[in-house]
Design a protein around this ligand. Structure first.
Ligand code: NAG
Ligand code: NAG
Ligand code: NAG
Ligand code: NAG
Length: 460
């Protein structure tokens, strides 16, 4: 995974005039879309597996790294995988495709680093089509470290994550994760043809907070990831990892009233628990008891005694969700990896989000648009911060270090230690101690809550 950083030969205009927006994959010509205004090319909706339809529904993906016909029109995204909340015209079971954004004029000799984006969405939602890599690729060209950007679809909900004894017996849990792995294998097999270097692939996986299902010995998730990481899984793989200040507000019902409803909501998040109903209830009660009911201590943080017209339990519960679903895990995995010598860069994102309702604050995924070059209106500092964040990310993807000194002026993002993480609003190093007593409590209790956490460390 650690490679010498190559000196990139800058792409010269002489390359670009000769090449059409086409890539040969085996015998198939993939016809993409030229974006001359961005000096880029786009290839969308490329299948990486047999369509998981008919007899292949509820089956592991069947890798398919070449295509059948003489040509494939790849000028737009394919349909998204089946999920609630999208019009029927935008979803399909036949969704196992990926998209490639690349600088114009590259060839199979270019061997550019590759950034792969895997959407989050709790394994029930997500679309590769809403993450447009054009801004990132533009930034990578402008700073002299061009990359190829790949995004992919994977099956969701009951089609991607079938539950129950029958699925477990037949080894059919976590199909969506198998889809992701097949897509990554496609990248290894084929990205060379698109100008990428299969030996330099950085994966951005947004699927941090929600639990896959343990599928037991021999499966993709053979044990709790926290246990496996404690035993050394993941090795010294370098990674960037972060959370935002008010992660939990998007997941906490604003209609929630009183302690009983707060507990019922906490229980619903982790049901059914293998530990049993009453153990789960006790664990949720004990965890909620770590949180003060003074609204000034609640989430969104630093909003004083304002309850935004909601029941005060909203802010307490959102604090609980922030820690149990995000902060505890980011901290736990960061510390475990850093303790065994992995190079970890950790962040807490706190840039104000004036477009969000005040009770939502700096909520889950607020930092994501910045990484893709989009920023909220009404925050004059955001465009500059976005450019700096893109530079950190691209620098990491191209050199495994966010501080390559290229692109925007920006402070050094120092490697993570418990006393040092990055505040991603003013780019200073701060101690990683916000809510430390709550996350330490959670560390001791997450097995009791039967949270199958969360950082997926598959073996392959
Ligand atoms: C491309 O696909 C998106 C949805 O993924 C759709 O909204 C858009 O209309 C399509 N564009 C064209 C030109 O077909
Ligand atoms: C990505 O965004 C750019 C800039 O808004 C747009 O021109 C381009 O069509 C988008 N690409 C795709 C594939 O939707
Ligand atoms: C919020 O209210 C509590 C109790 O009424 C009080 O102790 C505290 O100082 C108040 N906090 C702020 C920030 O106003
Ligand atoms: C940066 O932000 C942190 C956390 O909000 C704060 O403690 C620190 O004083 C700020 N540093 C500067 C230089 O503004």
């Amino acid at each position: 995974m650690v490679h010498a950083v190559r000196l990139w030969t800058l792409l010269s205009a002489t390359f670009s005039c000769a090449l059409a927006t086409e890539v040969m994959l085996g015998r198939t010509k993939i016809i993409g879309l030229d974006s001359p205004q961005f000096k880029q090319e786009f290839f969308g909706g490329i299948p990486f597996a047999s369509p998981p339809v008919g007899d292949l529904r509820f089956r592991p993906p069947i890798a398919k790294f070449t295509l059948d016909g003489p040509s494939l029109s790849a000028t737009n995204f394919s349909a998204s995988c089946v999920q609630a909340g999208l019009p029927f015209s935008e979803i399909s079971e036949n969704c196992l495709t990926l998209n490639v954004f690349r600088p114009a004029g590259v060839s199979s000799k270019s061997e550019l680093p590759v950034m792969v984006f895997i959407y989050g969405g709790g394994f029930v939602a997500g679309q590769s089509s809403i993450m447009n890599g054009t801004g990132l690729v533009s930034r990578s060209i402008a700073r002299g470290t061009p990359i190829v950007f790949v995004s992919l679809n994977y099956r969701l909900g009951p089609l991607g994550f079938p539950l129950g004894d029958e699925a477990a017996r037949n080894g059919l849990l976590n199909l969506g994760l198998h889809d992701q792995l097949v897509a990554l294998k496609w990248v290894h097999a084929n990205i060379h043809a698109f100008g990428g270097d299969p030996k330099k692939v950085a994966v951005s996986d947004r699927e941090f907070p929600f639990a896959p299902v343990l599928d037991g010995p021999g499966g993709l998730i053979p044990d709790y990831p926290t246990k496996r990481v404690a035993r050394g899984a993941g090795g010294k793989l370098p990674f960037l990892s972060g959370t935002v200040l008010d992660e939990g507000t998007s997941f906490t019902p604003q209609t929630l009233v009183g302690v009983t409803q707060a507990e019922a909501f906490g229980i619903s998040l982790f049901s059914p628990s293998p530990a049993g109903t009453s153990a789960l209830q006790t664990a949720v009660q004990n965890t909620l008891a770590q949180y003060s009911d003074d609204p000034a201590d609640g989430c969104p943080y630093f909003t004083g005694n304002d309850t935004f017209g909601l029941d005060p339990e909203y802010k307490r519960t959102a604090a609980f969700v922030t820690d149990i679903g995000f902060l505890s895990l980011r901290r736990w995995f960061g510390r475990a990896a850093a303790a065994r010598g992995a190079l970890v860069h950790s962040y807490m994102f706190t840039d104000p989000q004036p477009e969000n309702p005040p009770q939502i604050g700096i909520t889950h995924a607020s930092e994501l648009p910045y990484v893709f070059g989009g920023t909220p209106a009404g925050n004059p500092g955001a465009p500059q911060l976005s450019e700096q964040m893109m530079d950190y990310w691209i620098s990491f993807a191209t050199s495994l270090d966010p501080n390559d000194g290229k692109g925007s002026e920006r402070p050094k993002w120092e490697p993570y230690t418990p006393s040092k993480e990055f505040n991603h609003a003013n780019l200073t190093m701060i101690a990683d101690e916000f809510h430390i007593s709550q996350t330490e409590f959670n560390d001791k209790n997450h097995f009791r809550l039967a949270i199958i956490a969360l950082c997926v460390v598959p073996r392959w």
